[in-house]
Design a protein around this ligand. Structure first.
Ligand SMILES: O=C(O)CCC(=O)C(=O)O
Length: 278
């Protein structure tokens, strides 16, 4: 299965991303890819439940059972998720936002449980990088917030501050950590931001410098999002030079250079696939 849909990107879309740091592509994900993402999502939520039940949540984890799930850096556990992450569709999103060179930096599921899915505090995604590397000056990367369900105020959608409202153009803020939720908090002002209400299969692409938050899920169904993030260059720690997260080559000079056969943790970082060996 490969994505053949070419995204309809206008000059105005590119300009909005350049100026304000975000662009929205409604119903961009073809139905068969969307179905595949929903199936994979079920697997990874189940996997996370098992980790929680076994007491294997990491320190500072953002997840809690039936409530809020963040499952990241596990795409090599899936036989087919790479077909979305490195698809022509995502290549078009990268080209419209960060340009002709792109590396996969991180990917994660963000799922809010029915009725109790908790809110997520105002932050920049780059604020999470800065928490581990206070001197970081990395260029903004792009977060592709892909909706697997229709999203609205009721089920905990995202709120976004364009650069002109958040004062975030060219700026990474030092965040505070909430001791109860482990959320990093980068904004406590009065602006509620743009509420993103889009149908399932949409891609909200925003820069890692844009402040955003999300609400609680008050509906009787889960709210599911898949979120790959791409950098224009590998991000390395400013003091040690160590690569941060993943740096899987995706686009070079605008061409898709992803090499599935060599997509291994030892080459480009991240978790290896599961092993059956004890
Ligand atoms: O999907 C959400 O609720 C917000 C996710 C988010 O802000 C993030 O992962 O940075």
């Amino acid at each position: 299965m490969t994505a053949t849909t070419i995204l309809d990107v206008s000059d105005a879309d590119r300009q909005q991303f350049a100026d304000e740091g975000y662009v929205i592509f409604e119903r961009a994900i073809p139905e068969e890819l969307l179905q595949m993402l929903r199936e994979e999502c079920s697997y990874f939520v189940g996997y996370m439940d098992a980790c929680i039940d076994a007491g294997r949540l990491k320190e500072h984890a953002l997840s809690s059972r039936n409530n809020r799930y963040f499952v990241n850096d596990m795409y090599r556990y899936s036989q087919r998720l790479w077909q979305f992450i490195f698809s022509d569709l995502m290549a078009e999103v990268c080209k419209a936002t960060i340009g002709d060179t792109a590396y996969l930096f991180n990917e994660q599921w963000v799922v809010k449980g029915a009725e109790q899915g908790m809110k997520f505090s105002w932050h920049q995604d780059s604020g999470y990088v800065k928490a581990y590397d206070p001197d970081t000056t990395h260029a903004p990367y792009v977060t592709c917030w892909c909706t697997l369900d229709d999203v609205s105020e009721a089920n905990g959608t995202v709120y976004l501050l364009p650069h002109s409202r958040g004062g975030t153009r060219g700026k990474i803020i030092t965040h505070d950590r909430d001791a109860d939720t482990n959320d990093l908090i980068g904004y406590t002002g009065d602006d509620h931001g743009l509420m993103i209400e889009v149908p399932a299969g949409s891609i909200v692409a925003f820069s890692s410098y844009n402040l955003h938050s999300s609400g609680a899920n008050r509906t009787d169904r889960m709210r599911r999002v898949y979120l790959p993030q791409y950098t224009p260059a590998p991000i390395v720690h400013s003091n040690t030079g160590e690569q941060q997260n993943l740096a899987v080559p995706f686009l070079k000079d605008g061409s898709n250079v992803y090499d599935h056969a060599n997509d291994k943790a030892e080459n480009w970082g991240g978790l290896p696939p599961p092993s059956l060996a004890a």
